[in-house]
Design a protein around this ligand. Sequence first.
Ligand code: IPM
Ligand code: MG
Length: 368
Amino acid sequence: MPKKYNIAVIPGDGIGPEITSAAIEVLEAAVAKKEIEIFTKELKAGGAAIDLYGIPLPQETIAAAKDSDAVLLGAVGGPKWDDMEPEVRPERALLGLRSGLGLYANIRPVKVYDQLKDASPLKNPGNIDFIIVRELTGGIYFGKNGVYQSGDRLPDGTVKGKIAFDTESYSEGEINRILKIAFELAMKRRRKVTLVDKANVLTTSRMWRTLASQMSFDFPEVELECLYIDNAAMQLISRPSSFDVIVTSNLFGDILSDEAGQIAGSIGMLPSASIGTPGTPGLFEPIHGSAPDIAGQNKANPLGAILSAAMMMRIMFNEEEIASDIEEAVRKTLESGLRTSDITFIGENNNVTLVGTTEITKAVIENL
Ligand code: IPM
Ligand code: MG
């Protein structure tokens, strides 16, 4: 009996449909000779769902996602929905999926392929290989927010004009479970955890620091380093290869992972996994956005999505061999000189060929 994996596919908006279908094609090719069957079910979310149903995350989508073994997502959002309020915009779908499925840990590995070193804006990127572990269902993304109307009474008196507010709160439980993931990951790697916070200003950060140093007693082999977010943004550029596992809050993780994407040569290369408690389907998506400016033009880099599918095989289904087959095929494809237009080259490189989404996908499949 072949193993059966049910994958919910949420293409989303912009380049989402192109890159998710590329990833599924690669996945199907990768399992072709194995005793594995992949079943996919396409679901609507984001702007695509707003256009059809008037809401970013239909009940049916969240129900089917919960029902699947794993979710593959493209990207959501675009200028068409830019004027909408945060509560109803396409991005809300992503937040709803993350919280609805309880996906509290976002794992974002950052690696610079040898072949892409000259695409990194860093002069000497060195051996960059770290993982950002981002808290994903708490913090300011999910805190109390709102707008006070003019003249509303506030604790300190009456204010003129409107006041908008967002709040960050973290419980000890939320912090401890994400720290544990980071420390355990570090044990399988170079045994270093960097906590990124703003403990010189924020109360929540102070709690992160306290809990991280407590947890480090349970992991005596792991070195714990604590950096303020502003300093971390700088150190990521000045000594990127010194990082192993970076653990941080929702907002800081969002910011640092885009920075990391650029260091890696292109944000189009980076995959991610969002996971919850064992047994819940994880969500796998490239970290880049929907790139509406190049949507539908066969220009998008599908490698972030393809590598996300590889992460799905490894993390969700324990299919290490399939995951590394896909990663190796991506490496070979880059080695053969194929590049999509997001991978920019500083300096000269005569051995590269600019290709489109379908061509690079085809090459990955051939290299499997
Ligand atoms: C990401 C994205 C999302 C986030 C947006 C689209 C809501 O930037 O996955 O990094 O901020 O989490
Ligand atoms: Mg982001």
